[in-house]
Design a protein around this ligand. Structure first.
Ligand code: AHM
Ligand code: MG
Length: 344
C-alpha cells in the first residue's frame, strides 16, 4: 500500500474519531454515519468482486444454480446503502439516483440528509472496469420534530457537511472530506479494514491529462471544441500535447485526475444542454473533494458548489480538476461564448 503523509497504520474508525475531536460540540452522529457508509462500501466492494462469478452462476434477474435470485448490482448497492444508512437512526431522508423520490427514513427526526449514487459507472460493470459509490451529506434545517421539507433537501453544495466516494478498482478506496482536507483509505480485503493511505491530499495545480468523451465533439459548444484542439497542440511550455484518458466511470476518472492532475469534463451537448451528470449526488460531492484538494470545479462559468438546486435529479455540465486547467477551459468558453448554439 502506498502511503503519503501517513507515518503509521490508522484505520478508518480511528481516523473518524480523531477528526471528530477537532469539532467542538460534535455529538458523534456524523462519525457514526461515516462509519455506516464505510461498512456499506465494504459490502458493495465484496459483491463487485464477485460480479463475474455471479454472472457465471446465474444471469441478473434469474435464479442462480443455488436457487438464489440474482440481483442487478446497482439495485443491490442501493439496498445496501439504504440499509447501512438506516442502522443508526441518524438520517431523516435518503436521496438516491436509483429512486425517483426522496426516501423518508424510519428515523424521520434524524439530523442528516444523505444523497447517494450507489453504483456509478454502471455501464462498466459488465466489462470488469472500475466503478464507484458517491455520497453527499447535509444537515437538515427544519426542526427535528417536523418532517423534512424542500429546503432541507434542496441545499447548495456549499452546505455539505461531508462528501466522498468509494472506488472499486484494482483496490477499493474510500475518500471523504468534512471540510478539513481530503483523507483517502485503502481496503485491506484480507482483514476487511480500511487503512489511511493518503491524508490531506493536494492535487497538482496543473496537469497534462484531459478526460472527456470525445465522441460527442460535434455536439459541443465552439469554445469547448477549441479548448480540446488546444489540449492536442504541442506549442505549450512543455512542448507536448496533453494525454487523453477516459474510463467512463466518473469516480475513477476524477480519482485519477486528483492524483495525476489535469481536467475531467462532462459538458453540455446540443441534445443535453444541462449535461448528463447529476448535481446532487455526482457533481457536488466530487466538487467538494476536488476543492478541498486544492482544485477547481465549475459548470464552465459558475462554481458547482454555488449552484442552487431546483430538483433532486437535475444535471449540470462539469469542468473539474487542477485549478489552472479548469481556468484554461473556462477562458476558452468565455472567448467563444457568442458562438455557442447550445440552449439557444
Ligand atoms: P451512471 O450513473 O448511469 O453510471 O452514468 C454516469 C456515468 C459517469 O460515471 C461517467 O462519467 C459518465 O456516465 C459517462 O458517460 P458517457 O458514456 O456519456 O461518456
Ligand atoms: Mg451515476
Amino acid at each position: 500500500m502506498v502511503s503519503r503523509n501517513v507515518d503509521r497504520l490508522i484505520t478508518l474508525e480511528e481516523h473518524i474519531i480523531q477528526s471528530q475531536n477537532r469539532f467542538r460540540g460534535a455529538t458523534g452522529e456524523l462519525s457514526q454515519l461515516l462509519r455506516d457508509i464505510g461498512l456499506a462500501a465494504k459490502i458493495v466492494s465484496r459483491e463487485v468482486n464477485k460480479a463475474g462469478i455471479t454472472n457465471i452462476l446465474g444471469l441478473e434477474g434469474s435464479e442462480n444454480v443455488h436457487g438464489e435470485h440474482v440481483k442487478k448490482l446497482d439495485v443491490f448497492a442501493n439496498e445496501q446503502m439504504r440499509h447501512a444508512l438506516s442502522r443508526s437512526q441518524i438520517i431523516c431522508t435518503m436521496v438516491s439516483e436509483e429512486d425517483d423520490e426522496p426516501v423518508l427514513m424510519e428515523s424521520s427526526s434524524g439530523k442528516y440528509i444523505v444523497f447517494v449514487d450507489p453504483l456509478d459507472g454502471s455501464s462498466n460493470i459488465d466489462v470488469n472496469v472500475s466503478i464507484g459509490t458517491i455520497f453527499s451529506i447535509f444537515r437538515r434545517k427544519s426542526h427535528r420534530a417536523d418532517l423534512p421539507d424542500k429546503e432541507d433537501i434542496l441545499q447548495s453544495g456549499m452546505e455539505q457537511v461531508a462528501g466522498g466516494y468509494a472506488l472499486y478498482g484494482s483496490s477499493t478506496i474510500l475518500a471523504y472530506t468534512t471540510g478539513l482536507g481530503v483523507s483517502v483509505f485503502t481496503l485491506d480485503p484480507s482483514i476487511g479494514e480500511f487503512f489511511l493511505s493518503d491524508d490531506n491530499i493536494q492535487m497538482p495545480e496543473h496537469g497534462s491529462y484531459y478526460s472527456i468523451n470525445e465522441g460527442s465533439f460535434s455536439t459541443w459548444e465552439k469554445g469547448l471544441q477549441e479548448y480540446i484542439k488546444y489540449c492536442k497542440r504541442d506549442d505549450k511550455p512543455s512542448g507536448k500535447p496533453y494525454s487523453a484518458r477516459y474510463i467512463g466511470s466518473m469516480v475513477a476518472d476524477v480519482h485519477r485526475t486528483i492524483l495525476k492532475g489535469g481536467i475531467f469534463i462532462y459538458p453540455a451537448t446540443q441534445k443535453h444542454p444541462q449535461g448528463k451528470l447529476r448535481l446532487m449526488y455526482e457533481c457536488n460531492p466530487l466538487a467538494f473533494i476536488v476543492e478541498q484538494a486544492g482544485g477547481r470545479a465549475s459548470n464552465g462559468e459558475k462554481r458547482i458548489l454555488d449552484i442552487q438546486p431546483e430538483d433532486i435529479h437535475q444535471s449540470t455540465p462539469i469542468f473539474l480538476g487542477s485549478k489552472q486547467n479548469v481556468e484554461e477551459a473556462e477562458q476558452f468558453l468565455k472567448e467563444y461564448e457568442a458562438e455557442s448554439m447550445i440552449g439557444k
